[in-house]
Design a protein around this ligand. Structure first.
Ligand SMILES: Nc1ncnc2c1ncn2[C@@H]1O[C@H](COP(=O)(O)OP(=O)(O)OP(=O)(O)O)[C@@H](O)[C@H]1O
Length: 242
């Protein structure tokens, strides 16, 4: 099966500091995959390389068979890859609806529009005219997720959706995932909560100090394997073919 997205030997740097040391990664259409790892392991940097927010060598990232490493973020969105950034990053001067409509600027068509989003998150319909930043953290996360969906991507990258949110709100946000994947969308989540990551995903990659320390099917990985990969002891289970 051809990968929807793959990276080969992906390295990333902040100035002279190296953050990723040769990431080999493969993602197939329709998967929901989780990237886990401790603080500073390189999870956000990895997603940013895919989305064009951190520089990557052109050939190190293939999306739909074409090299996209280092392309401008807007070009990558137009090709069908959208990201929900860590920390929501809403436009403070814009309303909820205007924030959502920013996502539609890619010009891509597909199943997601304002009506669908408001059905999925009714609270946003009630607050459509309010400034995005006046909402609760969980509601802002719904806007950030909705804004990315409005670009009708084939691949959605979500960086720590649960950051700073109460467990009940986290469950509400993750409850949206089956509706998103039911549309055929492929999803990568970065998640600190390993239990949640394993529960919602089909496969997991664990990063440790900028390297893949473990990959495999979520249902088959043991807590012990994950905690070893998370905290740095040697462990590697090859990903089973999806
Ligand atoms: N803007 C930056 N400038 C310099 N170094 C950075 C920058 N962003 C991240 N780093 C470094 O790159 C490495 C990977 O960080 P990254 O944020 O990708 O990790 P992470 O796994 O997403 O962690 P977290 O869960 O804390 O977000 C770390 O050593 C971090 O200090």
């Amino acid at each position: 099966m051809t990968a929807l997205l793959s990276t080969t030997g992906l390295q990333a740097f902040y100035g002279d500091a190296q953050a990723l040391f040769g990431i080999d990664f493969e993602l197939h259409a329709g998967e929901l995959l989780a990237v886990i790892g401790a603080n500073g392991a390189g999870k956000s940097t990895f997603l940013k390389c895919l989305a064009g927010l951190v520089r990557a060598p052109r050939e190190a990232v293939l999306f739909k068979g074409l090299p996209i490493g280092g392309l401008a973020p807007g070009e990558i969105v137009r090709r069908g890859l959208a990201m929900v950034p860590e920390g929501r990053r809403l436009f403070a001067s814009l309303s909820v609806e205007e924030n959502l409509l920013m996502g539609a600027a890619s010009g891509r068509s597909g199943p997601w529009n304002l009506k669908r989003l408001y059905e999925m998150f009714p609270v946003l319909a009630h607050k459509r005219a309010e400034p995005g930043t006046s909402l609760s953290g969980g509601q802002q996360q719904m806007v950030a997720l909705g804004r990315a969906l409005m670009s009708n991507p084939e691949l959605l990258l979500c960086d720590e959706l649960s950051l700073g949110l109460a467990p009940i709100v986290i469950r509400e946000i993750y409850a949206a995932m089956p509706r998103i994947t039911a549309e055929g969308m492929t999803v990568v989540i970065v998640e600190q909560d390993v239990g949640m990551a394993q529960q919602v995903s089909q496969r997991v990659y664990c990063l440790q100090e900028g390297r893949v320390s473990l990959s495999g099917r979520s249902s088959e990985l043991t807590r012990e394997q994950i905690s070893q990969a998370y905290f740095g002891l040697q462990a590697h289970a090859e990903a089973a073919a999806p």
